[in-house]
Design a protein around this ligand. Structure first.
Ligand code: UTP
Length: 275
């Protein structure tokens, strides 16, 4: 029912400079696997095998990663190193990959709008690979969200409770509680101050979007920095119909900053086999 998953990977990754000067943030490895592979794995587990990337200048390493390197494969054929490519080989075998470039970095909303030609008119998932989500005891976060989409048939956004001193970094939502982990959204504010925040429920980098989001993104005004905010479009969608926020089961690490990246590395080193 949902097959496409969009990965906006065009950002500059300035919080990881200088590493990201000539290398995509999404290629930074947690142990020995790049962040992007965790995200694509999660999508594939959820049955999303049509992978669409919104890339930009300096992101070619991502395209090469999801392709076969014949010379390397030949070099390690028959050695015990071959097994280390099993995970990525499976992904390459089971997924198709499409790429389009976001020419100007005009925010997440604009990156998603750039994906319109790849997505078309069907509902689709969005994964921000720098939010690493792991559910050690069950289904991955995207699998949980696809199940919820089948029930509600509207836009689903993943949320989590964040500490007060972190609220100003997120889109923050409030709404009518439908189950202890599900809200029907009626308020959404991007990066609010603590006083403005309608709750401590922050949007994280997992979405299932209905395709009317594109028309809304085409119509909304850019913010003061010239960026199209996805949160503004989601708020319009919530006003027009229904947006469900879901408190997912599992852990999320904000690998877009060094602290979260180190926490994710430590967690995976102790708990998850990375290959
Ligand atoms: P971030 O807010 O983390 O921005 O974007 P960033 O550029 O990646 O990192 P910093 O803040 O400079 O360190 C969230 C996600 O949206 C994508 C990013 O690639 C990231 O996956 N994005 C953001 C785009 O694809 N295009 C944009 O114009 C902005």
């Amino acid at each position: 029912m949902i097959h496409k998953c969009l990965f906006p990977v065009a950002g500059y990754g300035t919080r990881f400079l200088p590493a990201t000067k000539s290398m995509p943030k999404e290629m930074l490895p947690i142990i020995n696997k790049p962040l992007i592979e965790y995200g694509v794995d999660e999508a594939l587990q959820a049955g999303l095998n049509d992978i669409c990337f919104i890339t930009g200048r300096g992101k070619r390493a991502l395209e090469d990663y999801f392709d076969i390197n014949y010379e390397l494969e030949d070099k390690i054929a028959g050695t015990d190193k071959e097994a280390s490519l099993n995970g990525i080989r499976k992904i390459i075998h089971e997924c198709t990959f499409s790429y389009t470039r976001q020419i100007e970095k005009r925010g997440l909303g604009h990156a998603i709008l750039t994906g319109k030609t790849l997505i078309g008119k069907y509902p689709f998932a969005v994964v921000l690979a720098d939010d690493l989500c792991i559910n050690p005891t069950g289904d991955g976060v995207m699998t949980q969200m696809v199940a919820l989409y089948k029930q509600f048939r509207c836009t689903i956004i993943a949320i989590e409770e964040v500490p007060q001193d972190q609220i100003h970094k997120y889109g923050v939502v409030a709404g009518e509680m439908m189950r202890n982990d599900i809200y029907r959204i009626n308020t959404m504010i991007e990066k609010p101050s603590l006083e403005e925040a309608p709750s401590n429920l922050a949007i994280i980098g997992r979405y299932i979007l209905t395709p009317d989001i594109f028309g809304i993104l085409e119509d909304i005004e850019p913010d003061k920095n010239g960026e199209l905010q996805l949160t503004d479009a989601l708020m319009k969608q919530a006003q027009n119909g229904c947006v469900i926020a879901y408190k997912f089961k599992g852990k999320r690490f904000d690998c877009g900053n060094v602290k979260g990246f180190v926490e994710a590395t430590n967690y995976c080193y102790s708990n998850v086999s990375a290959t």
